[in-house]
Design a protein around this ligand. Structure first.
Ligand code: NAD
Length: 413
């Protein structure tokens, strides 16, 4: 079969997943239509201004000026594509359960325009069965009569924003399709973009593997968050313990404590797993416990920080350094710093924050480092953060990053 030689690829969603995929596909010779329903973002992208750190303006401008890429809000443009990938958010709802409304709306949007023999791939993270039981029925029920034959696969994206080593191209890609022709086309598509493709027998295996990967991270982080608290009350430096354990050449992998988990994946995806287990009459007790431990961590950090303040100060002023969920990026989605700030406020503190990569957050602005405070909490070490200035001020610092070891006035988490 010669299909899926670079032709026209349509990507639904031009965010942290969709835009890097677009650039990788352009590099591989595809003509790419980047569809996004957020008109401001589409205008920004078409003006050559990248909304994410992993894609530079220069790379975006080169793709635009080559004519091989453009962003659009016009969903009907997907009719020209031989491959459509869905890369829209899959968050949690107010009950902390899967919210597939954006995924459903993407499927509803593409259904009337999908051309015959098109391969439709979901890269969005979701519970097993999402492709087969949610996406495919929506598209099949509203596809044009002229498109009797469509191909479907799941290929969950594994990108790690801000990672200097692993990216869309060199991270092996899981591919699981609903039938052998879909699988063959999906493998050929991803082989044109990725260095390594890992076929699995069904979309459900691919979907479940993605949940396992991110749940693995959550439970290991939760373990080390709990272990941090136990070591800290015993007066033992947890990082020295982790370094010591890491000398074992097999059977151990280091995770480091911090304020908690954040971002669109680690706090979210394991709850797709717990929901899916409940739906099937099972219970993911271990994962629920890990989720509970990680969600309590910001409260523990708030208490530790206020414990460093002179008890005569009634309304301590706290400066939080870093509000993004991890260093090197501006992404504040699900940042545990939100909970940290809420706990500090509920304990009577005044709170300000500073983050060189995040100018505004939750209706407030990043303050200068000379903001007068009683204690500083270093949550993440962002590039461009002038920590010398903070240390020179002599203020107490709670270091959640293990990057200020040995400095006067610095207390490790
Ligand atoms: N961000 C990550 O690190 C990461 C890594 C691996 C997997 N994922 C998964 O990939 C998926 C996408 O995540 P993301 O981080 O790229 O999200 P994102 O918010 O950065 O981007 C998604 C884009 O989709 C657009 N969108 C939403 N609904 C749409 C619709 N119906 N039609 C067209 N555009 C629509 C939004 O405007 C947004 O620009 C999620 O399922 C996520 O869990 C994310």
């Amino acid at each position: 079969m010669s299909a899926q030689k670079p032709q026209i690829l349509a990507i639904i969603g031009q965010g942290y997943v969709g835009l890097p995929l677009a650039m990788a596909a352009v590099d591989a010779g595809w003509s790419v239509i980047g569809v996004d329903n957020f008109a401001t973002k589409v205008a920004q992208i078409n003006a050559g201004l990248s909304p994410i750190e992993d894609i530079s303006n220069a790379q975006l401008k080169a793709a635009l000026s080559s004519g091989a890429y453009r962003a659009t809000t016009e969903i009907s443009d997907i009719a020209k594509a031989s491959v459509i990938t869905i890369c829209v958010p899959t968050p949690l709802d107010e009950k902390h359960e899967p919210d597939l409304s954006l995924l459903r709306s993407a499927a509803i949007g593409i259904a009337p325009f999908v051309a015959n023999e098109t391969l439709v791939v979901s890269e969005s993270t979701s519970y097993p069965g999402t492709l087969r039981d949610v996406i495919i029925p929506i598209i099949n029920s509203a596809k044009p009569a002229t498109s009797p034959t469509l191909y479907f696969a799941s290929a969950p994206e594994r990108v790690n924003p801000g990672d200097p080593v692993w990216n869309q191209k060199n991270t092996p890609r899981l591919v699981g399709a609903i039938d052998s022709e879909s699988q063959s086309r999906a493998l050929t598509f991803y082989e044109s973009i990725c260095d390594a493709v890992v076929p699995v027998s069904t979309p459900e295996v691919a979907e479940a593997a993605k949940l396992l990967e991110n749940t693995f991270r959550l439970v290991n982080i939760a373990l080390v968050l709990e272990f941090n608290q136990i070591c800290s009350s015993a007066g033992i430096n947890v990082h020295e313990v982790i370094d010591a354990a890491s000398s074992k050449p097999y059977g151990y992998m280091p995770f480091r404590p911090g304020v908690g988990v954040g971002g669109h994946c680690i706090p979210v995806d394991p709850l797709y797993l717990t929901w899916w287990a409940r739906k099937n009459g099972d219970q993911a007790k271990f994962v629920e416990s890990a989720d509970s431990i990680s969600r309590q961590m910001p409260k523990y950090v708030a208490q530790r920080a206020l414990g460093l303040v002179d008890s005569s100060i009634v309304n301590p002023k706290v400066l939080i350094l870093g509000v993004a969920y991890k260093p090197g990026i501006s992404d504040v989605r699900e940042t545990p710093v939100s909970e940290l700030r809420d706990h500090l406020l509920s304990l009577g503190a005044s709170v300000a924050w500073h983050d060189p990569l995040v100018p505004t957050w939750e209706s407030s602005q990043s303050v200068d480092l000379d903001w007068q405070c009683d204690v500083v909490i270093l949550t993440i070490k962002q590039p461009g953060m002038n920590l010398e200035q903070i240390m020179a001020s002599g203020v107490q610092i709670l270091d959640c990053t293990n990057t200020m070891k040995g400095f006067a006035g610095v207390t490790p988490l």
